[in-house]
Design a protein around this ligand. Structure first.
Ligand SMILES: [Mg+2]
Length: 289
């Protein structure tokens, strides 16, 4: 007998998780599935408390929030993962771009879960993507300014404001034993295809193929930055000579200075990042409003 734990982050997507909750509850009640509801009150609530919230009778977790909320839930549960039914109501909603969009009723009834890869970045689990440097500065500024908009447009404002200001860090990267050294403007590891609400930096990525994709864009002169931004928007950058695009299973990224990054939209900082695919798969189905 199914019993759902609903974890809702009222702050996700500038409150869209909150607006959407009544519809979720009424669907679950109409389908007569028993549930308990937990709302998060602050950052890392879901991660810190999910183990306690998952009583032995809970079979599935319904996440009403963004990629960051899901990241917290998975980090809090691991290694005792549960099937996830995700209602994606975040700012970026990048993970669901890789998954089938179920109707609300089907989301709660289906047992045909996607089994997607998971990876680690040092001691954290990642689900969709890790972006170092540029992405980190964008997310950090977004967290600070808190504009009340969602989607790619929200990110675009900050991408444009950072485009000329960002200084590419110097890296030494080892991917499955192959070394890359240099200054990279973009350093993005994708399990999924997109970051930032719809920038397909790793457009060849597949969420369940047992590989991670990396896109490195070498440091580019100011004047060429808008050109590369357009190339990325059109998804035609992987073949560019300034771009290194490949797949790997294990990677070490060492930066010459302390840098910011984003893991599933959440800010991370550091100098050395060890990135590995892990064996376990996440069972997930999703719905995007
Ligand atoms: Mg993959």
């Amino acid at each position: 007998m199914a019993k759902f734990l609903i974890i809702q982050n009222p702050a996700a997507g500038n409150g869209s998780a909150e607006n959407y909750l009544p519809e979720v509850i009424s669907a679950i009640e109409r389908l007569q599935i028993p549930y308990v509801l937990k709302k998060t009150a602050k950052k890392f609530d879901a991660q810190d408390n999910v183990k306690e919230w998952v009583t032995p009778d809970i079979t599935d977790i319904v996440v009403v929030g963004g990629d960051g909320t899901l990241n917290e839930v998975v980090n809090g549960l691991y290694p005792h993962l549960k099937p996830i039914r995700l209602i994606s109501t975040g700012t970026g909603n990048d993970l669901v771009k890789n998954l089938k969009n179920h109707t609300m009723d089907n989301l709660f009834l289906t047992n045909e879960f996607n089994q997607i890869d998971l990876f680690t970045v040092n001691d954290r689990i990642g689900i969709n993507a890790l972006g170092l440097g540029f992405d980190g500065e964008v997310v950090s500024e977004m967290d600070e300014k808190d504009l009340k908009i969602n989607g790619m447009f929200a990110y675009m404002i900050f991408v444009l404001s950072k485009l000329f200001k960002f200084r590419a860090p110097r890296y030494h990267i080892t991917a499955d034993g192959v070394d890359y050294r240099g200054k990279y403007y973009i350093t993005c590891v994708g399990n999924g295809m997109a970051v930032g609400g719809g920038f397909f930096l790793t457009p060849k990525a597949h969420i369940a193929d047992g590989n991670l994709d990396i896109c490195l864009i070498r440091d580019i002169p100011m004047i060429l930055r808008p050109y590369y931004l357009i190339k990325v928007i059109l998804k035609i950058h992987p073949s560019d000579k300034k771009v290194i695009y490949r797949q790997f299973k294990e990677m070490i990224i060492r930066s010459s200075r302390q840098i910011m990054g984003q893991l599933d939209g959440q800010l991370v900082t550091g100098k050395d990042f060890v990135i590995k695919l892990i064996g376990e798969k996440l069972h997930i189905v999703s719905h995007k409003h």
